[in-house]
Design a protein around this ligand. Structure first.
Ligand code: SAH
Length: 237
């Protein structure tokens, strides 16, 4: 998988991709993340890529020309499955969407800034618009980093234990059960006995019950999505 990120602030993303799981994934050749400074496609001698909004109003707008040139440059080199624009009014990022993106080959992610991008970018160049939540950030870099992290950790070989991502929250429509590590007793605080029983079937059943209870308490809408007939995934354990 190859991800090309177009941004006005490339340095913001360098540390994100230069560390931890994301760096390892790149070193192992499982994903190639290329961060591009949109300014290199500016036609302006001062390398500007933003301008005032037609019709007035506060806030600058990222111009269509440098973005079009950047996307055309990338597309001349290889085919892309999606051109994603990170946008607060896009489709809300969730685990199924991350799963879907993890099956793609090459994607371009465009980070907006200021008031956003010239609308013609969205009309003519972008194929998907993704939001990371109902709040407004000052730029698309953190949203792009969030999308990349959610997607890259799903690629086979990225997590040391390939089954780990499958047991995370939302993969099976439930939030994750609690996890404990050594020591089994600390400061008088004990872990549940079943985890020390060595009986894997009982442990699995306990985890499933915990996940179900937690989902009921914290995210009941995952069990009964609005507009759908009442259903409980995987029974009651
Ligand atoms: N005027 C726009 C907000 C622009 S915020 C509006 O009201 O919708 C500047 C940029 O930050 C956006 O272009 C987008 O790329 C990014 N951004 C901000 N909040 C975001 C969110 N919740 N999800 C995804 N991208 C976001």
């Amino acid at each position: 998988m190859r991800i090309d990120i177009l941004t006005a602030l490339p340095r913001l993303l360098d540390s994100w991709f230069g560390d931890s799981i994301l760096q390892r994934a790149q070193q192992r050749g499982l994903v190639d993340v290329c961060v591009h400074d949109l300014r290199q496609w500016s036609a302006d001698k001062h390398k500007r890529i933003d301008d005032y909004a037609f019709g007035g109003g506060a806030g600058m707008v990222l111009q269509v020309e440098p973005i079009h040139r950047a996307i055309s440059y990338l597309k001349a080199a290889r085919a892309y499955d999606e051109v994603v624009y990170m946008s607060p009014d896009g489709v809300l990022l969730d685990q199924p969407l991350a799963n879907e993106f993890s099956l793609k080959g090459n994607i371009i992610i465009l980070c907006g800034h200021y008031k956003g991008v010239d609308e013609r970018v969205r009309e003519y160049l972008v194929t998907r618009e993704v939001s990371i939540g109902d709040y407004v950030l000052s730029g698309g870099e953190i949203p792009a980093a969030v999308l990349c992290d959610a997607v890259i950790r799903l690629l086979p070989g990225v997590l040391n234990d390939g089954t780990s991502a499958l047991s995370d929250s939302f993969q099976d429509g439930l939030v994750a059960p609690p996890a404990y590590s050594r020591p089994a007793e600390y400061n008088g605080w004990k872990i549940p006995d079943v985890l020390l029983s060595g009986h894997q079937a009982n442990i699995d059943a306990w985890r499933h019950r915990q996940a179900l209870d937690r989902t009921r308490q914290r995210r009941p809408e995952l069990l009964d999505p609005p507009g759908e007939a009442s259903q409980t995934p995987l029974g009651d354990g």
